[in-house]
Design a protein around this ligand. Structure first.
Ligand code: FES
Length: 130
């Protein structure tokens, strides 16, 4: 399965066209990549291609939003988006990228508050977050 991955590392953008190894060889107990998430693909790429690959992952259920990134041009949670051939993956907001696909979430929240466009998946802090 081909993946178009845009990374931000050392202050520069780098775009890679990568082919995932066969799912059966990835050590995940999968026979093919259908239904596997973008997060799963990033985990496999980190293990097989680049141990320095940066991505964020926590709940794996679409609840915490730490894995938010731009997938096929739309900010979505990587743990809930299934892979497809030719998928495009990039940081949610390149100017806030810390490493590869990881962005500074507190700055994303600030940018969202400052912007009248509230299409971000990053939730506003609630009184319970204090
Ligand atoms: S890891 Fe929590 S939403 Fe994806």
């Amino acid at each position: 399965m081909l993946i178009h991955l845009t990374l931000y590392r050392d202050g520069a953008e780098r775009t890679l066209d990568l082919t995932l190894p066969p799912a059966a060889e990835a050590g995940l107990g999968l026979s093919d990549w259908s239904g596997a998430s973008v997060s799963t693909a990033l985990q496999v790429l980190q293990r097989t291609l680049d141990p320095q690959l940066g991505y964020a992952l926590s709940c794996r259920r679409g609840l915490c939003k730490v894995c938010a990134m731009r997938i096929d041009g739309e900010v979505q949670t990587a743990c809930t988006v299934p892979l497809h051939e030719g998928i495009r993956i990039a940081p949610a907001k390149p100017s806030l990228a810390l490493l590869d696909t990881v962005v500074e979430l507190s700055l994303v929240r600030s940018a969202r508050i400052a912007s009248s466009n509230s299409t971000s998946l990053i939730p506003e802090p609630s009184p319970h977050d204090a």
